[in-house]
Design a protein around this ligand. Structure first.
Ligand SMILES: Cc1cc2nc3c(=O)[nH]c(=O)nc-3n(C[C@H](O)[C@H](O)[C@H](O)COP(=O)(O)O)c2cc1C
Ligand code: SF4
Length: 550
């Protein structure tokens, strides 16, 4: 069924896109009207249930969004920073309670107190000026440290667009096979979480027959605590675009799609401007730089759903379908966007490609440790003395990142949640055992993920944090499989009951629940949540004992 819908959506392609049309229809009141949804179902030849099903999925399309004017960040870093109750109170002076909604992680984890008003993000002390902002919304730049320790692959500045795109000119003089061999040699692995080598995806897409192919940039950076993709989009947009173009040349794709989350309005603006600049420079379209290579970009503005970061849900989202995770095979490189061969890669992965073309795969492979080649961006939250984005060679000791680059903590910290909500909870005594690379984290029972660090201070109850993780998963579950859909809600209920009454959780019941989620879930949302829960029960058990039957 969804395959047919994908085919149908593909007929209109990007000339008319159902997902975008729903976004436009929601602009005035926060949700598309029933009448408009019926019109859209006719226009796109989709059943009404499909269109309603899609609209009701997203935070910024669903009925509950109606009338919301300002959104408070409910991400993990703002939660553990404890800034959001005071923020709500301040905003309450300017907005009615039912005008205040929530957004999940605005990527302002370095200064917290984050909120969004009329498509602009604010954080730090901005709420003090809410009356002025309400009269005239204005951009208030946030500031955070950006530094590299080791090789600057992603944080280096480039001189001019023209000079930078000479890399494209030199790439187009080489065959796609030669460039693919260079990428293989570089050992570049996906930075979006799973660490899959990009060269294999490009090769698979290249070898799949198809009259149209796509490169999709996954800019849904939904992991609360992560803002490294945001940094790249707002400060290094051309590294991403150039990376996508070279990936397109290798895979035989002529269209690059950027799927950027709703919570990053500034990133959307900067990326669109960068695309427009390329058009002005005549670096997009047909026969680029006199070659046979043709390429164009399409930017899709997401509508608020964490699961759309999962690559198959993301593709369904672009097609205007309910973004449920797809069963693989077929893999996106075989049947992806509109059922066409598609490579989906994370922002940071794609942004590494220009460096590899400029310096060679061997040079990239010489940075890092073992099978974790190159560098990694790490996002540090507001509990660090020097919060910000740090680029480190893979294999850099975590202790160096925390205590030297980040300058240590501003409060007593008991654990760090590294790699997003599905990453491990690293107790502070384990910091010395870890290095920033895929293998070190795996071998120690954690997950590097996107390498975001959210600190949990001593004073923040761990039980509250675990409840937050179950609630997050229950809210974001696409609902396709039972272990995740039911398990996350049951887990939330158990913890909430133990936290708010004298009820004690049976340890075996919790163990069974997380085991069922871990082994029975279709994707890493339900399958990944058990990791931090198990880490908490293993390493910080003393604090949790009062909530469990002995
Ligand atoms: C629940 C869930 C959320 C995800 N969110 C993201 C995301 O926000 N950004 C991202 O690049 N990958 C995300 N992923 C991983 C993608 O499915 C996919 O592996 C990735 O985009 C591939 O790119 P890469 O190989 O460059 O890492 C998520 C996966 C899951 C299961
Ligand atoms: S694990 Fe959760 S998010 Fe993933 S497919 Fe199953 S229900 Fe959907």
């Amino acid at each position: 069924m969804s395959k047919n819908l994908g085919e149908l959506a593909g007929r209109k392609g990007f000339h008319a896109n159902l997902f975008e049309s729903l976004g436009v229809a929601a602009q005035e009141t926060g949700t598309p009207s029933r009448e408009r949804m019926e019109e859209l179902s006719k226009e796109f030849l989709m059943g009404k249930a499909n269109v309603f099903g899609t609209a009701s999925f997203y935070d910024f399309l669903k009925e509950d969004n109606k009338g919301k004017k300002v959104y408070v960040c409910n991400g993990s870093a703002c939660l553990t920073a404890g800034t959001q109750d005071a923020l709500k109170e301040k905003l309450g002076a300017a907005f009615a309670a039912d005008e205040i909604g929530e957004m999940c992680c605005l990527g302002r984890c370095h200064e917290n107190s984050a909120f969004n008003y009329k498509g602009t993000n604010y954080s730090g002390n901005a709420a003090e000026k809410i009356q002025e902002i309400k009269k005239q919304p204005s951009k208030i730049e946030d500031s955070y440290t950006v530094a590299s320790y080791g090789t600057a692959v992603l944080t280096a500045t480039f001189s001019t667009i023209k000079e930078y795109y000479q890399t494209l000119a030199s790439a187009l003089k080489q065959s796609p096979e030669t460039l693919l061999a260079g990428l293989k040699e570089s050992g570049l692995r996906g930075r979006g979480g799973a660490g899959f080598p990009i060269a294999f995806k490009l090769e698979s897409c290249r070898n799949t027959a198809g009259n149209q192919k796509f490169i999709v940039c996954n800019a849904d950076e939904g992991d609360p605590g992560a803002y490294s993709d945001r940094y790249l989009m707002e400060h290094q947009p051309h590294s991403i675009l150039l990376g996508m173009m070279i990936a397109g040349y290798i895979a035989g794709a002529d269209t690059g799609v950027l799927y950027i989350r709703a919570e990053y309005p500034e990133s959307q603006l900067v990326m669109q401007q960068a695309i427009d600049d390329l058009v002005k420079e005549n670096l997009l379209g047909d026969h680029i730089l006199g070659s046979a290579f043709c390429f164009k970009f399409k930017l899709i503005r997401a509508m608020g759903a964490y699961i759309c970061g999962e690559e198959t849900a993301l593709l369904s989202s672009i097609e205007g379908q309910r973004p449920e995770v797809r069963v693989r095979p077929p893999y996106p490189t075989q049947e992806g966007l509109f059922n066409k061969p598609t490579v989906v890669n994370n922002v940071e992965t794609l942004a590494c490609i220009p460096y590899i073309i400029q310096h060679g795969g061997k040079q990239f492979a010489s940075i890092g440790k073992g099978k974790s080649t190159g560098t990694k961006l790490v996002s540090l939250d507001g509990y660090f003395k020097k919060p910000g984005i740090y680029e480190v060679d893979m294999g850099t000791p975590l202790d160096m990142v925390v205590n030297e680059l980040g300058g240590g903590f501003t409060a007593k910290i008991k654990a760090m949640h590294i790699g997003g909500p599905l990453g491990g909870l690293v107790p502070v005594h384990k910091i010395k055992d870890l290095t920033v690379d895929f293998e070190s984290f795996n071998q120690n029972g954690f997950l590097l993920g996107h390498a975001s660090i959210v600190c949990i201070p001593e004073h923040f109850p761990l039980i509250d944090y675990l409840e937050h993780l179950f609630a997050f998963t229950a809210h974001e579950s696409c609902g396709k499989c039972f272990p995740c859909r039911l398990g996350s809600t049951r887990g939330y209920e158990l913890i909430n009951k133990a936290r708010t009454s004298d009820y004690k959780i049976e340890r075996q019941l919790m163990n069974d629940l997380v085991e069922t989620m871990e082994t029975g879930s279709l994707c890493a949302l339900g399958g990944g949540l058990p990791l931090p829960i198990k880490n908490a029960m293993q390493y910080i058990d003393e604090e949790l004992k009062p909530y469990f039957k002995s």
